[in-house]
Design a protein around this ligand. Sequence first.
Ligand code: DGY
Length: 325
Amino acid sequence: MRERPTVLVTAPLPDDLRDLVAARTDMVATTADALAAPDEALAQRMKEAVGLLTTIRVKIDDDFLDRCPKLKVVSNFAVGFDNVDLEVVQRRQVMICNTPGVLDAAVADIATVMLLCLGRRIFQNDRFVREGSWAKGPAPYSLDIAGKTLGLLGMGRIGRLVAERARAFGLKVAYYKPNRDGEAEAAGLANYLERDALFAESDFLSVHCPLTPKTRGSIGAREFALMKKSAFFVNTARGGIVDEAALIAVLREGRIAGAGLDVMVKEPIPGDHPLCSLPNVILQPHIGSATHETRRAMIELAVRNVLAAVEGRQPEAVVDTAKAA
Ligand code: DGY
């Protein structure tokens, strides 16, 4: 009988998919923490592994691949792949798979909901009622959403869906990305603005680009200084794209009106993190794609990707690591 390929699994698998992977591979169910400090038995299994089905908590770098020298494919249970050192996997010819497409609507929903909540003061007003302030007088006014400008930094699949949702609320939508999206412009979805102009003209600025070596820390004090004092910043992409200390400073000093963040530089953040004490910030625990339906679609795709790769077929979603680097 042909030997089954060894596949390490740290991603949470529903029972039916765990049975499927266990039937077709020599599956090693483990955790990100265990892989970081493996005992002798796991270290041995890592030496044999050709596939890894994982979350972005496992860092794929030279050190990890030295411990998994036969690894051919890493299938991320995520669309993001910022856990991967792109230069290393290109050099060592390790294939990276991800889960694009299936999570777009869920993430676009969260970005749109956050901007609506910020503009209409939903969280402040919730606190206002609970804290008994209503009985003492009316709540401060919020803002009309219609007629404001939403700036999208990045215009991929998720950005486009945010643009569609925003237009339904009467927002004017502008975008910046290094290569202009002629189709989105022709479809009337969004107008192109230069990057600085996008920061300067937006009433809501929402981030929709991947975290790569080029984008890491690329939104900082300079960009926040360009923004209007009345503008809101929304990030559902990756915390690492932002200089978080600079963001905290402008929020604290009221140099922008507020922020909605589903992602932070280091996750999870503790309850005493500086962001948690800012009243003009809405925080979510990186749940953009965390609905039952979307996470099921993501894990199914991640499983199909890893099985195809270890069985010698072309996976559906392979990251172009050369292009992304
Ligand atoms: C993704 O798919 O990249 C989500 O942010 C979950 O990590």
